[in-house]
Design a protein around this ligand. Structure first.
Ligand code: AHR
Length: 316
């Protein structure tokens, strides 16, 4: 009787052990990601890239849309810390005001990866790496193209992105750096358009009311604002892409369509497909491998003349 009971217990232990090893597998990596929002076509493609790559790699992703509000992003990061995620990723809507929450993550020993946008913090130990574009270079590329197109002579209006954000600060810097060598290239109006179509349209209407036919060119910090501005220019009775030359940044599909219609003249690429690079960094950190402090993604520039050929190859 005793022997039968012992055999039964042994068999039960074996079944339980088997059960716990089958299906349990290695522990899943858990990542918290605080996105800027859904302000542009670029952002939608960026979100899609992060979500689909996590799925592909079997990584558990907690995703929060910050709706362009820093307070929402800070709240999301605090909740990731509370939930003890393995890694936090975020794209900071503005550059300043992050020290405190980043210190909280460091105290909790949760590595932080910045994607797309930089923070302005003295203590660089608060994040592992920044993965994304060189926004200063994007601004330079837009300016170089415009200088050539306008033969160094243009009254320019500028649609800036979100106030205090890295792409806005850096694109402006790069653009101004290049046109500084050309006294005939003047920015006659400049205002924030928050990277959205509706704001781009609204601010362009203001520019047209104030400057009208004096405007030769528009530099928009993203394609969505340029597309909004195109509508404003048409309502005003001018021809976008002909009466007002337009250069913008991102290279989303909608920009290629506008170029094919002759309404946009050039788009500088800003690559949103950061998912693979982001999760490469996540996996490297989890495996204890070193990760470079800055990872810059390669980008190009697309003038109107190539739009028709390039559009079928665009993924976003
Ligand atoms: O940070 C990248 C910028 O943010 C993109 O150029 C813009 O479209 C987005 O909203």
């Amino acid at each position: 009787m005793f022997k039968r009971k012992a055999v039964f217990l042994l068999a039960l232990a074996f079944v339980l052990a088997l059960g716990s090893s089958v299906g349990a597998g290695p522990k899943k990596i858990v990542v918290g990601f605080a996105q800027v929002g859904a302000e542009s076509g670029w952002r939608t493609a960026n979100t899609e890239s992060i979500i689909s790559e996590a799925k592909k790699r079997g990584i558990e992703l907690m995703f929060v849309d910050g709706q362009q509000q820093q307070a929402n992003q800070i709240k999301a990061i605090r909740s990731f810390i509370e939930q003890k995620v393995d890694i936090i990723g975020f794209s900071p809507v503005v550059t300043t005001g992050w020290e405190q929450v980043l210190r909280e993550a460091k105290r909790a020993q949760i590595p932080v990866i910045l994607t797309d946008r930089a923070v302005d913090c003295e203590d660089e130990s608060l994040w592992v790496t920044l993965i994304g574009s060189d926004f200063v270079e994007e601004g330079r590329r837009a300016a170089r193209w415009l200088v050539e197109k306008m033969n160094g002579q243009a009254n320019i209006v500028e649609l800036q992105g979100t106030i205090g954000s890295a792409p806005t600060i850096d694109r402006k810097k790069g653009f101004e750096e290049v046109i500084a060598a050309y006294p005939g290239m003047k920015i006659i109006r400049s205002k924030y358009g928050d990277f959205t179509r509706s704001k781009g349209k609204e601010v362009m209407e203001e520019f047209l009311r104030a400057e009208g036919n004096k405007i030769d060119a528009l530099f928009a910090h993203n394609d969505d604002m340029a597309i909004g501005a195109i509508q404003a220019i048409e309502y005003y009775g001018l021809r976008p892409g002909v009466d007002i030359i337009i250069v913008s940044i991102d290279a989303i599909r909608a920009a290629f369509e506008a170029m094919i219609e002759g309404k946009l003249n050039c788009t500088v690429e800003c690559n949103p497909l950061l998912g693979p690079l982001f999760f490469d960094a996540v996996e490297a950190i989890m495996a204890g491998r070193p990760v470079p402090k800055r990872i810059v993604i390669e980008e190009g520039i697309f003038p109107q003349e190539v739009a028709r050929d390039v559009l079928p190859t665009r993924r976003y």
